[in-house]
Design a protein around this ligand. Structure first.
Ligand code: ARG
Length: 577
């Protein structure tokens, strides 16, 4: 798409060069970085401050601004150029911006907003990563949907992406699980309802272990057997893993989420000895009460615990092995970990150990933390078994949405399907609306408010645009952007909407670079609001054919951009609602 900011920078550079007879020595890039977007639209779409030119031009900045304004005002890019004090205020030609934007949206279609910035580079996005045999609860939703959106964002800006689910499928808790299963377990119950059942064993284990601490020793022993590949234990563990994955996948399917790899913690168990050897060879290991550690005191952190006194490996050890494996296997440009901010210390220690090992690429391993979700009812804890399952939340969202749809009595022919798309979309949208690093409380009234800044509101706007297009009786495929009279799209309302569409590709790139999907969420809400204003203020399906065509092209572009934005969030855009 024609880049207006760059074009303006070019015009300004030529003008400044001419006025200063080359003395200003500012390139178009220098000038581009000086261009501002005024907060107040009455000061133009872009503004250029002239203070820096005073010296080279030996004039006061206000006079320079007047000269520059006169110099560039003839360009068809502008509707009007003014100088206010030391600023050149530029108003972009509305018809020109409409043409540039709507032509681009039409020709790019589902790929509007995409670019090839990351061509030839691989980004790994690790997300979700639940622990097997433990509930997939509401606390997992943010990593799952933020990670999914980051993968889509990086894909959109041209990177090759690898989606990894680093399953928590290893560690001493499996010793506990196996002990509990053998003592109190029942195969049929596990098959029927794996996670809830396994969780009840786990909870019972912790209750019993208070009275019978010897259970903890048994669990350690069983885990050691598992690490040594004893068939009985391995078989049970594998079964827990399969049953758990089956449940997780049911939830992933509901949200339309998938992965390229499920290489979790257990995948690295056979890679541990080499890592230990390497740490030893590099002189990083220290013994401390029988355990092996990397001392990080110098860096203001508690030590990284690499092996326990019984020799078993730990969470961080497996993460070190995983990073090395990923570098070798994927030669990543970036390796992103979407994991709650509760694990900030873990990732800081882990990164430091990689650095100390001499891996320059440690800087490309990036922890993307996020804040906590709490529910109105109170917080959650796995150990005591007070858990809110993510699947239950999603089902409840669908149910509640269906009630709302039936109440509104709008187009109930596909009520079930629509309730799914809207209900699940609403929950995902909410998670992606909150700035990533903030904690927040999940409230049903906010999530499902069709008039708020919510998923249902945006989806509803998309369906509304779809309905306008359907009712127009015009074959959109035949609308030729070259043949449209854009002077019909110069009202303030239309222009606000067009500016948002024009900025969308930059928003996508910005969101990817900041690892912040909420930037897209925010922008999609802005577009939906601007479209609704346009829809209410202007008559789209008028009798004037040229006017109608122009307005329909804008409607189609708004619909397409909303759809693309929702897609980057992992949310569906219904044609009817
Ligand atoms: N399984 C862990 C948990 O549920 C999250 C894993 C995060 N990823 C990692 N590479 N450490 O807390």
């Amino acid at each position: 798409m024609k880049n207006i900011r760059k074009e303006i920078a070019q015009l300004l550079a030529e003008a400044v060069d001419k006025l200063s007879q080359g003395a200003a020595g500012l390139s178009a890039e220098d000038i581009e970085s000086l261009i501002e977007i005024p907060g107040d639209a009455s000061l133009g779409d872009y503004a250029f401050p002239c203070f820096r030119l005073a010296k080279a031009l030996r004039k006061n900045p206000a006079m320079i601004a007047a000269d520059v304004a006169a110099e560039i005002s003839e360009s068809p890019v502008f509707e009007k150029v003014q100088n206010v004090n030391a600023y050149v205020n530029m108003f972009v030609s509305k018809a020109e911006l409409a043409q540039i934007t709507l032509s681009e949206v039409k020709s790019a279609g589902d790929r509007f907003g995409f670019c090839n910035k990351g061509e030839g580079k691989t980004v790994i996005v690790e997300y979700s990563s639940p622990n097997i045999a433990k509930p997939f609860h509401i606390g997992h939703i943010r990593t799952t949907v933020i990670g999914n959106s980051l993968y889509k964002l990086y894909d959109a800006v041209g990177y090759k992406t690898v989606r990894i689910n680093h399953l928590g499928d290893y560690g001493t808790q499996f010793g506990k699980m196996i002990v509990a299963y053998r003592l109190w377990g029942n195969e049929e119950d596990v098959r029927r309802e794996p996670i809830k059942t396994l969780l009840s064993y786990y909870v019972k284990f912790h209750e019993e272990a208070k009275e019978h601490p010897e259970l903890e020793d048994q669990a350690r022993e069983i885990f050691a057997r598992l690490e040594h590949g004893e068939p009985e234990e391995v078989k049970l563990w594998q079964w827990f893993r399969e049953e758990s994955l089956r449940e997780f996948n049911r939830v992933y399917d509901m949200m339309g989420i998938s992965f390229d790899s499920y290489a979790g913690e257990s995948f690295y168990s056979d890679k541990m000895p080499a890592v230990l050897q390497e740490l030893k060879d590099k002189g990083l290991l220290k013994e401390s009460q029988g355990a092996q550690i990397v001392d990080l005191e110098e860096y203001g952190m508690s030590p990284a615990l690499i092996t326990k006194s019984d020799g078993s490996s730990l969470y961080i050890t497996r993460d070190i092995a995983a990073a090395i494996y990923r570098k070798k296997t994927y030669d990543f440009y970036k390796n992103l970990y979407v994991v709650a901010s509760q694990q900030n210390l873990h990732f800081a220690q882990w990164k430091k150990v990689l650095e100390l090992m001499g891996y320059e690429w440690a800087r490309d391993c990036i922890h993307i933390p996020f804040g906590m979700v709490s529910l109105e009812e109170g917080t959650l804890s796995t150990r005591k078994g007070r858990v809110v399952f993510l699947e239950d939340v999603l089902n409840k969202a669908v149910e509640k949405t269906k009630e709302i749809i039936m109440e509104k009595n709008v187009n109930t022919e596909n009520a079930d399907e629509t309730a799914k798309i809207v209900g699940i979309g609403a929950v995902m949208f909410q998670e992606l609306s909150v700035t990533r690093n903030k904690d927040y409380t999940f409230k049903w009234d906010e999530v499902l408010n069709f008039d708020g800044e919510t998923g249902p509101y945006v989806q509803y706007t998309h369906a509304r645009a779809a309905s306008v297009l359907r009712n127009s009786g015009i074959d959109l495929a035949k609308l030729d952007p070259e043949a449209i009279d854009y002077s019909w799209l110069t009202s303030d309302t239309a222009f606000e909407l067009i500016k948002l569409l024009y900025r969308y590709p930059d928003v996508v790139l910005d969101a990817a670079e900041k690892y912040e999907p909420s930037v897209v969420t925010r922008h999609v809400v802005d577009i939906a609001q601007a479209f609704n204003k346009f829809y209410h203020d202007e008559h789209i399906l008028t009798d004037n054919e040229a006017e109608k065509q122009a307005k329909l092209l804008l409607t189609a572009a708004a619909k397409q951009t909303i759809r693309n934005g929702l897609d980057l969030l992992g949310i569906k855009a219904p044609e009817k609602m």
